[in-house]
Write a protein that binds this ligand. Structure first.
Ligand code: PMP
Length: 419
């Protein structure tokens, strides 16, 4: 028997049947020449659309000048430039940045920082959260069993608290928030003493877990408890940040400030770069040598990130995400009236989820069929949630009215075709 050489791992599977040859704004053109409206944005990454001319120009210029200015060997001039720009966007006093490549790496850096800065071991995370796939960040991740299965034991020192997912619990938002804050207090007297609790880490809008926004009272409750006990509050803005929620940071919706922020995805329109933000004072409490890596803060990615921030600001993309997000939400709410299997529509800005149910059961199969029908009609979308029952909408921040309406029309047809 001859074995074929050089195959891709069978564990990597695509959600669509598309081989992408070219990207152009909100569109992907496949190798067979078909044009698709891309409402996946590479899992919320291509914030300025595919191949925005200014991002392309910045990257091309950098790639011809200096590609790998290894950040712990030489100073890469793009990094202080990027830090300065980001510093205009992060809430005070968060003015210092550690650059890496991926979301999971800044989660790992976050784990190291909160433990070293506080001298405490435990981290409280919230059920349904996603923070990455490497062993530390995976230990903080509780969005789906498929990620954790077969690789235990997890890292110790992680406590999972309930997230205010009112639709899941079947209670009002008030009741759910009361319950979650009560359970948090119970954790302090049963599982993790406040003096041994380094941090709480939370996505202000849960992504992979099902597109679930937290709420103001809950977030304020976390801030109060963190302030009272000297615990760090870390916001994972990897998916919901950088304009996607209709405000620059998802936590801006709640008026609650963090002690550190994890940033990735939309930061550079598709180039792998991520950042952990904290105050200089907090960063200085980390131990020397604890922030590094061969590729972190790559010069081409950093140049693309600077251009991305300029484009987001100059083209008013955060305001656009808000306006287009409201249009999308209104369209989905309208459809929900005619399709009771759309059990819930939720999210913020251009991060909207539609939960499919059959009776009271999560219906991942239906959500999968809807995606296939959408793809046949030229619209690419993704799913999320523990049962893959949530159809998620995450178009690029440059999306326009006509594209939103076209996508809603296609989704309507897909609902009918799968009813
Ligand atoms: N945090 C959140 C909220 C995410 O959505 C993701 C990726 N889906 C990550 C962390 C991990 O990012 P990466 O895949 O770049 O490691």
């Amino acid at each position: 028997m001859t074995i074929q050489k050089g195959k891709l791992s069978p564990l990597i599977k695509q959600a669509t049947g598309i081989t992408a040859e070219k990207g152009e704004g909100a569109y992907i053109i496949s190798t067979d020449g078909r044009r698709y409206l891309d409402f996946t944005s590479g899992i919320g990454v291509t914030s300025t659309g595919h191949c925005h001319p200014r991002v392309v120009e910045a990257a091309q210029k950098q790639v011809a000048t200096m590609i790998h200015a290894q950040a712990t060997t030489v100073m890469n001039p793009r990094l202080p430039e990027l830090a300065e720009k980001l510093g205009e966007l992060t809430p005070e006093p968060l003015n210092a940045f550690f650059f890496s490549n991926t979301g999971t790496e800044v989660a790992e850096a976050g784990i190291r920082l909160v433990r070293q800065a506080t001298g405490r071991p435990n981290i409280i995370v919230f059920h349904g959260g996603f923070h990455g796939r490497t062993m530390g960040s995976l230990s903080l991740t509780t969005s789906s069993i498929g990620l954790r299965a077969g690789v235990s034991p997890m890292m110790g020192g992680v406590v999972v608290a309930p997230f205010p997912h009112a639709h899941h619990y079947g209670w009002s938002e008030e009741e759910t928030t009361d319950f979650c804050l009560r359970e948090l207090d119970r954790i302090f007297v049963t599982i993790s003493h406040p003096k041994e609790t380094a941090a709480m880490m939370i996505e202000p809008v849960q992504g992979e877990g099902g597109y679930v926004p937290a709420n103001t009272r809950f977030m304020q409750g976390l801030r109060e408890r963190c302030d009272k006990h000297g615990i760090m509050l870390v916001f994972d803005e990897v998916q919901a940040g950088f304009g996607r929620s209709g405000k620059f940071w998802a936590h801006d919706h709640f008026g609650v400030k963090p002690d550190a922020i994890m940033i990735a995805k939309g930061l550079a329109s598709g180039f792998p770069i991520s950042a952990l933000a904290a105050s200089e004072e907090t960063m200085a409490k980390g131990w020397p040598g604890s922030q590094g890596g061969t590729y972190g803060g790559n010069a081409v990615a950093a140049a693309a990130s600077i251009a991305t921030i300029d484009v987001i600001r100059e083209e008013g993309l955060v305001a656009n995400a808000d306006i287009m997000g409201k249009r999308l939400r209104k369209g989905l709410e309208e459809l929900k009236k005619d399709f009771p299997d759309m059990a819930d529509v939720r999210g913020m800005g251009l991060m909207q989820g539609v939960e499919m149910r059959r009776g009271s059961c999560p219906d991942g199969e239906r959500a999968g069929k809807i995606l296939r029908e959408c793809e046949d009609r030229g619209l690419l979308m993704l799913r999320c949630g523990p049962y893959q029952e949530i159809v998620r909408w995450l178009p690029p921040l440059i999306v326009n009215e006509q594209q939103i309406d076209e996508a809603l029309g296609i989704f309507h047809e897909a609902l009918r075709a799968t009813a």
